[in-house]
Design a protein around this ligand. Sequence first.
Ligand SMILES: [Zn+2]
Length: 291
Amino acid sequence: MVDYNNVMVSWPDDKKFGLILTHDVDRVRKTYQYMTHFFRTRRFYHIKSFFSNKNPYWTFKQIMDIENNLNVKSTFFFLNERKKINFFRLKTYELSLGRYRIKDPAVTKIIKELNNNGWEIGLHGSFDSYCDINLLRKEKNELEKIVGKPVIGIRQHYLNLSIPTTWFYQQKVGFKYDASFGMTRELGFRDQIKNIFMPDKINMYVIPTVIMDAVLFSTSRTYKDAWDKVITIIKEVKQNGGVLCIVWHTERFNNNEFPEQGQFYIDLINYCRQEGAWIGPCYEAIKYIKR
Ligand SMILES: [Zn+2]
């Protein structure tokens, strides 16, 4: 359990609860997944897509269109991973293969475009950064050079957290909120916390992450099954006047790659709106905290 202090969030216009929209940008190109996803799903599509010159994981335009149509904005957490492959450790393959350079001109360009059009840019702290204050500072600075303004929010890759050390480091380098508090194998509320909080003795907000796309779809057999789980969670958040922070990875918006997962995101937003939710990115949500 964490030591923390409750904060009061008062949503505008009598909204009942908050829906916070986020995207982790883990990868922007499909690489080894041409093979791994083919073997996992047996769908020939993955082999075929290798020979196409389209990049199935570059979905920024789709996401912008979807959110413009819904009249909402979200937070994009960009990763700056440099971990080298250690041939004897399988985990490093996943981290290293298919990573992107944040200074890649196409990536820089899309970060600026999102920022200029009202989306929030946050840092997706690299795998080891949760326990390395210098790495956190470096990644924050590099991203700020691209964005041209302070980056106030972070989510650690794989939700890596060493509590409370990581929060202490994040606050020290100037973050105003962290969105890494959540579970990587389960949906729902870590330690039953349903609202934004402040860790004890740390002057920074924590936005709990409740629903992650990968967890939702790997533990649900059908759309209906996934939907039922999500409705149960929304009800609980609404009853508590809490916040529901969700993560949809950018590549999930390609319908050929991840059928129905982009539509699920749209349906979820529409449902929460009907239920009286305030909907927006992290940085706006924390503006409604009463001090
Ligand atoms: Zn990640």
